[in-house]
Design a protein around this ligand. Structure first.
Ligand code: F6R
Ligand code: MG
Ligand code: MG
Length: 380
């Protein structure tokens, strides 16, 4: 049976501030999607991470289905009504258009979808992160699918031994390139180490071309042409029998690494793996969180979720993340805690630069003439 697994997420209002979601909003979104169960969709589940809500749906309509995207849009619109009634923070912020035009891509919500022939047993993991960006998946996807020190299956499992191919998207040009590993591993790393430019969109198994992983790659800042909120990402990864084991998929998260997107979308911070209940970033609006929801797909039904980071084996990663957070917070507004200036394009930085534009001079030319007087300028 060919099944499509669609995960569509949006921030439609924060409770309180940008820290979490409100149960009434989540309930309304769930109600709308559940009404479609057995009709448009086979099954559904709702996940939350920080101030974002993800709708997980199974169906047989393929990726980019107008009906499925329309259903998610309607659910988010209905949830937004509740968020507005409660005057939640940034209510409806990711519904950037007043009307749905067939596909949520480019409108604001993040989308990760894949279609596959359901295997005799089909374990999948849905990752969902807040206060970060789609490039947060670059490092773990490399480790899961191209690093034998992380994924023993690359060496041991015959179906994985030929490696995996990565589809990498340049978020500025919108163009993508497919890179095959292990042959072109260093080419892959040359690209995906540039986290503000390149993001992994899909991963395919070389053995037979099967889809192995897919991630949302929408960048709200670029969609709207200005900074309107962050592009907190979702990702689907298939597990076991020819794909990495669940434990190999989770392993990269056992050691936190630094991602962009903390406070005001303008800071780097450690990605902390947490249980569903602890995915409520509060300290300095963070640090960035990630949850992992495991499902067994059974004739399209979602058996789960299993809260995979709700495991003391990830306590150490959480502790490490807190230590890294402290070290970075010591930097305050200074890089490398704060993002480099090119990444601050949609903030007040251009205004500051504009204000000071005519006051820059060559210190060599005016040697001995500067007496300390300061011209005043307006910030607008
Ligand atoms: C939003 C986020 C937050 C906000 C911050 C300021 O996802 O990460 O850190 O950027 O709370 O929010 P505003 O500008 O809405 O007051
Ligand atoms: Mg928000
Ligand atoms: Mg968010």
């Amino acid at each position: 049976m060919r099944i499509t697994l669609s995960v569509i997420k949006a921030d439609i209002g924060g409770y309180v501030g940008h820290s979490s979601t409100h149960p009434k909003v989540v309930e309304r979104v769930r109600e709308v999607v559940e009404e479609a169960k057995g009709k448009t969709i086979i099954d559904c589940d709702i996940l939350t991470c920080g101030d974002d809500i993800a709708i997980v749906m199974t169906h047989t309509k393929g990726v980019d289905s107008e009906e499925i995207h329309g259903l998610a849009w309607k659910a988010f619109e209905e949830g937004t009504k509740v968020a507005k009634e409660l005057k939640l923070y940034g209510a409806g912020q990711d519904l950037l258009s007043d009307s749905f035009s067939g596909n949520v891509k480019g409108l604001g919500p993040g989308v990760a979808e894949m279609e596959f022939e359901e295997r005799p047993s089909e374990p999948v993991v849905v990752f969902f992160a807040d206060k970060t960006s789609p490039s947060a998946w670059n490092l773990p996807l490399y480790e899961m699918f191209a690093d034998p020190m992380n994924t023993a299956g690359l060496v041991i499992d015959p179906k994985m031994h030929e490696g995996f191919s990565f589809e990498v998207l340049d978020v500025y040009s919108g163009k993508a390139v497919k890179v095959r590993t292990p042959e072109e591993l260093y080419d892959l790393l040359a690209l995906i180490g540039s986290v503000s430019k390149y993001v992994i969109k899909n991963v395919y198994r070389n053995y037979d071309g099967e889809i192995a992983a897919t991630a949302s790659t929408q960048r709200l800042s670029l969609i709207a042409g200005k900074y309107v909120g962050k592009d907190d990402p979702v990702m689907i990864v298939r597990a076991q029998s020819g794909f990495p084991a669940v434990g190999e998929i989770l392993e990269p998260f056992a050691r936190p690494w630094i991602v962009e997107g903390w406070m005001r979308g303008s800071h780097n911070g450690p990605l902390m793996p947490t249980s569903f209940k602890d995915a409520r970033p509060s300290r300095f609006d963070g640090p960035p969180r990630v949850i992992a929801a495991g499902y067994q797909v059974c004739q399209g039904k979602l058996i789960g979720p299993n809260d995979l980071f709700d495991d003391p084996a990830f306590d150490y990663a959480r502790e490490e993340a807190n230590k890294v957070a402290n070290i970075l917070r010591r930097q305050g507004i200074f890089e490398p805690h704060r993002l480099p200036s090119e990444e601050m394009e949609y903030t007040s930085l251009p205004k500051v630069l504009k204000k000071l534009e005519n006051r820059f001079y060559d210190p060599e030319e005016v040697k001995g003439q500067i007496k300390g007087e300061v011209e005043k300028g307006d910030m607008d």
